[in-house]
Design a protein around this ligand. Structure first.
Ligand code: SF4
Ligand code: SF4
Length: 340
């Protein structure tokens, strides 16, 4: 939920002045656009925004400016999203009207939440980290944060209580989130919007889980000794502390995360939402700039947190001579699994 209490004393209006997608004529221009939005009015920010979530991270006061932007984008219908496509996307992950708990799930066992990737990325959820885990996934557990990219926060708000009720009925406790965005729902969206997590439910990011597994099995690790570029994803803006796990995992498995321009706070969106917003040309330009930066820093590999980033950028990255991996798959490779 947006909190404007610090905006008056905010010197640099970092949420907007640091935005990589919108030009401002100095701090006063950014402040004037921010003031319009605080007053609930139209601002060019709303239509020029590509929904990269970065302003959430840029704000030094934790004021959640993207929550304001997404609410106003819906109110003013600011994003050029095709209405038929929007309807299809919203219908695709609608939870079932009546939820039937999955058979065989034991509350005291750790559970992998496969989110929407249950079929598309089934092979990425195999291997020794995951083999002892029971799993859930699909539309009854889908995080729904995707709808921020089409200006439908209202759909997320409507569905969050249903997803939480489903988890409560399912009785899941320790839940490892395969998808960063899922973790973002439980770790950020839910607390900052005053929803309540069912008692006993403990969401864990897959990187924390994998790191702990690697530490316990350190003697089995064969260092990969590669230089790799990290494609940091949009939802990481809500879970910045997870970046520490990326560094710790890289160190353990012998991956040098190249110190390039478009990583960490300055990461560039993969471009996935841009075609939906009628900005295909911008997507191509952004990806070219991003991949050039990987090559300029001698990366041999591009590694990802989010399967959707890899889906969006993977073929172009490969054409430029880099291999693509989810970080979890690089970890499996370091444990001796045959991952190509
Ligand atoms: S949202 Fe944060 S960065 Fe933006 S003006 Fe308010 S306090 Fe400053
Ligand atoms: S979400 Fe991204 S593009 Fe939109 S205003 Fe925030 S930083 Fe800029």
């Amino acid at each position: 939920m947006f909190d404007d209490s610090k905006c008056n004393e905010c010197e640099n209006v970092d949420c907007l002045t640091k935005c990589q997608w919108i030009e401002f004529d100095g701090i006063d221009d950014a402040r004037s656009e921010m003031t319009k939005m605080i007053n609930g009015e139209e601002s060019r920010v709303l239509s020029e925004c590509v929904t990269c979530f970065a302003c959430h991270e840029y704000c030094p006061y934790g004021s959640n400016p993207f929550d304001l932007i997404t609410t106003l984008q819906e109110k003013h219908d600011s994003l050029e999203v095709n209405e038929a496509m929007r309807k299809r996307m919203i219908a695709m992950y609608k939870p079932h009207d009546e939820f039937k708990p999955w058979d065989g799930i034991e509350p005291d066992k750790s559970t992998l939440n496969k989110c929407a990737f249950i079929k598309t990325n089934a092979d990425d959820m195999k291997g020794e980290f995951f083999e002892d885990l029971q799993s859930i996934g699909g539309r009854d557990f889908f995080c729904n944060l995707l709808y921020h990219h089409i200006a439908r926060d209202s759909v997320i708000r409507e569905r969050v209580p249903i997803i939480l009720e489903n988890l409560e009925k399912q009785g899941v406790k320790e839940m490892i989130c395969f998808h960063d965005e899922c973790y973002g729902l439980y770790n950020s969206y839910i607390p900052r919007n005053n929803f309540e997590i069912p008692q006993g439910l403990k969401p864990i990011h897959v990187f924390e889980y994998v790191y702990n597994y690697l530490k316990e099995n350190e003697s089995k690790i064969q260092k990969l000794n590669i230089k790799a570029a990290y494609q940091r994803n949009c939802s990481t803006r809500f879970n910045t502390e997870i970046d520490e796990y990326v560094d710790k995992i890289c160190e353990l498995i012998g991956v040098e995360r190249v110190d390039r321009e478009f990583d960490r706070e300055n990461a560039l969106c993969c471009g996935g939402p841009l075609p939906m917003l009628g900005k295909k040309k911008l997507m191509r330009e952004t990806q070219n700039k991003n991949i050039k930066d990987m090559l300029d820093h001698n990366a041999e590999v591009c590694f990802y947190n989010c399967p959707m980033c890899m889906e969006t950028m993977g073929s172009k990255v490969e054409r430029k001579g880099l291999k693509n991996y989810l970080l979890t798959n690089l970890c499996r490779k370091a444990l001796g699994e045959n991952i190509e």
